[in-house]
Ligand binder design. Sequence first.
Ligand SMILES: *Cc1c(COP(=O)(O)O)cnc(C)c1O
Length: 356
Amino acid sequence: MAGFTVQEIRARIARFPKQTLIHLPTPFRKLDRLSAELGGPEVYIKRDDLTGLAFGGNKSRKLEFIIADALSKGADVIITWASLQSNWCLQTAAAARRFGLQPILVLFKTYDLAPEYDGNLLLDYIVGADIRIREAEKGKVVSEEQAVGIIEEISNEVREWGHKPYVVSVGGSLPGFSMDLPLGAISHAAAFVELLEQAESGGVSPTHVVIATGSGATQAGLTVAAMALKKDVEIIGISVSEEKEAFARIVLKISEETERALGLDSSIKRDDIIVLDDYLKEGYGHVNREVAEAIRLAFTREGIVLDPVYTGKAMAALIDLVTKGRFSKKDRVVFFHTGGTPALFPYRKTLIELLG
Ligand SMILES: *Cc1c(COP(=O)(O)O)cnc(C)c1O
């Protein structure tokens, strides 16, 4: 069967209500100096760190749809959870406040950072989020089971006060709670179309997209759109939290729900989901020398600031893959910058140690 056209995919995405929160399209360009330095494929960047909500990032694409969903359900409070320095929680709080919704953030202490008002946590405070800090297993991302009890309790509290909560799970990825549809992934199917149009109008046809993958919807959305358009583009997810089999199952599940929501034939299989966990090393939120050096390299060669938890890891992976010959010289590899830069600041000590 022939693939869908860009117009068809766009029309299907346009059936889902959306509020405007960000500036689109985000920039796309070649990283000339980095490409030359690495001596491998041509490397391009999609700057979703420049979406323009708070400090930007992939979560703000998701929230354009999620806020619209919350408003249509008559909610006046948004409840979500993640780790202490979560980009998702900050973006949710910023989006919610703009539309007059009260954000309640349950933040788990998942790694060794102190619960200080710094980075995203400082911004959560300034924007007026209701912040609830809780303990979590060290080195782990918060599990749904762990969060569920606390979220139920808070939802009941909100209802007792006569308000209507909208609960959305970590990262805005897995449908469930108040979000019935994979809205996060749908927004990233749109991101793929946007990226493809920009690339092709500049005469570039991408062969690979490298992306940091955390809760899965970004990778799912990009992969679903690439397959629906029958574009031979490998979407390579660099896991920042889970072992690859567990992770691929999550991405596959979100992808299948996204195909269904968009009325596409279900065509995605396990083998279409490429997740690498070789860069996970000591676990979520752990910064090592390769990550610190990748951050410095992108900054010095291209003036681009990466974050220590997601995009720094993805760039370290891209560099390693080039070194190992994963790409040919003729390939066009797009690095998808998903944001997260406020988290640099709470990591100052580690970064200085590693770069010193
Ligand atoms: C959340 C996040 C990701 C991962 O996106 P998912 O859709 O959760 O997989 C990548 N980079 C940054 C900076 C993020 O905040």
